[in-house]
Ligand binder design. Structure first.
Ligand code: PLP
Ligand code: COI
Length: 355
């Protein structure tokens, strides 16, 4: 049955796929819910979004997304608590970051209420799909791309904003081994590194494949100019613990302003964990690994949550991190996921109820 909530039309799927899904063995981003949000930009403005059945999209071969890569995306999660209430984590920050990314890619910015009301409506329609099992959640992928046609290398005149959702388990299985990059770069000053642009990820695939062939799962990107500073990983910001101090690099033109990263910085401050936001040299990390003061490294991101790093490779040498009993990674992961899943108080006001 079709219905209207606020001004968002809902066209319901005729059947559900939910009974085909094994919620106890969810991979990451592999199965998709019954509906998606769709919103089109044409004639110089965004049209009212609609919730429609999850479906394939038909595009002209000349659509500019295919040729010039005009696309940006976000990554968020919805969590269901013991009372079946549904929660989002800092969703307005994702909405604002999507528009920051869009602006850099010459994509028209989206009205915030289309994103927020559209997401809320979609989550209510597909709420049965939000997993309750520990470690699982509904991964939400809002994205915008150029659907307008033509081979002229200029911004398109039509775009699509879609939100698709996938009930998901963890992104990595177990600890991650990373390679500190010496040759390739993910981003450069004045570039698009700070944006969640699709092309940023395509550019990482080849160097990451080379790292995987050498036995690592992820690349740690270094600055494009000197390769002397640690920047971030493919889908995560990076934290390093030297002795008892937690350190993460400052954001810049080249680094994504991660919502998990900034939340961890605030949690660490509130918990009295010494935290420094400053440039980290590869040299100090290698020296700390050699002299035993490097206690932990971990990645932080929505998909990855907090992923401990088992060791890193640099200049053909491998460095293992110690196996500690009580890690910052595990206590910070518990703290942030307890807030996200409504298992603990949220003194920061980050949690938003879907209602
Ligand atoms: N850095 C990159 C390149 C990412 O793709 C992500 C994932 O979104 C992050 C960092 C972490 O950002 P957030 O914590 O907002 O998910
Ligand atoms: C996220 O953490 O949401 C991301 O966008 C990472 C993604 C590239 C899997």
């Amino acid at each position: 049955m079709n219905s209207i909530i606020s001004d968002i039309e809902i066209i319901k799927a005729k059947t559900t796929k939910i009974n085909e899904v094994d919620f106890d063995n969810l991979k990451f981003g592999h199965v998709f819910t019954d509906h998606m949000l769709e919103c089109n930009y044409k004639d110089g403005q965004w049209q009212t979004p609609k919730v429609v059945p999850y479906q394939a999209i038909s595009l002209d071969p000349s659509s500019k997304i295919f040729h010039y890569g005009q696309s940006v995306f976000e990554g968020m999660k919805a969590y269901k608590d013991a009372n079946d209430d549904v929660w989002l984590f800092r969703p307005l920050d994702n909405c604002k970051r999507l528009n920051i990314s869009s602006k850099r890619l010459a994509i028209p910015e989206l009205p915030e209420h289309y994103f927020m009301d559209g997401l809320n409506t979609l989550l209510k329609v597909d709420s049965d799909w939000i997993p309750k099992n520990e470690g699982s959640s509904l991964y939400i992928r809002p994205f915008v791309f150029a659907s307008g046609n033509g081979f002229h290398a200029s911004p398109a005149d039509a775009y699509k904003f879609i939100i698709a959702c996938a009930p998901s388990g963890s992104y990595f299985s177990g600890k991650v081994k990373v390679l500190i990059e010496e040759k390739y770069s993910r981003s450069a000053n004045g570039g698009v590194g700070f944006a969640k642009a699709g092309g940023n990820y395509a550019g990482q695939f080849y160097p990451t494949q080379l790292a995987i062939e050498k036995g690592y799962q992820q690349v740690i990107w270094t600055d494009d100019n000197t390769h002397e500073y640690i920047e971030e990983a493919g889908a995560m910001n990076i934290f390093v613990r030297i002795n008892d101090t937690l350190i993460t690099g400052p954001t810049s033109d080249r680094i994504l302003d991660g919502i998990t990263r900034k939340s961890i910085i605030e949690i660490a401050k509130a918990e009295g964990i010494p935290i420094e936001v400053r440039k980290i040299t590869v040299k100090e990390v290698v020296e700390a690994a050699k002299n035993g003061s490097l206690k932990e490294m971990f990645g932080a991101g929505t998909a990855a949550v907090i992923s401990p790093i088992a060791g890193f490779g640099y200049k053909d040498e491998d460095y293992d991190l110690p196996e500690l009993e009580n890690t910052y990674a595990s206590s910070l992961k518990k703290r942030i996921t307890d807030i996200q899943t409504n298992k603990a108080e949220d003194p920061f006001g980050w949690r938003v109820k879907v209602e």
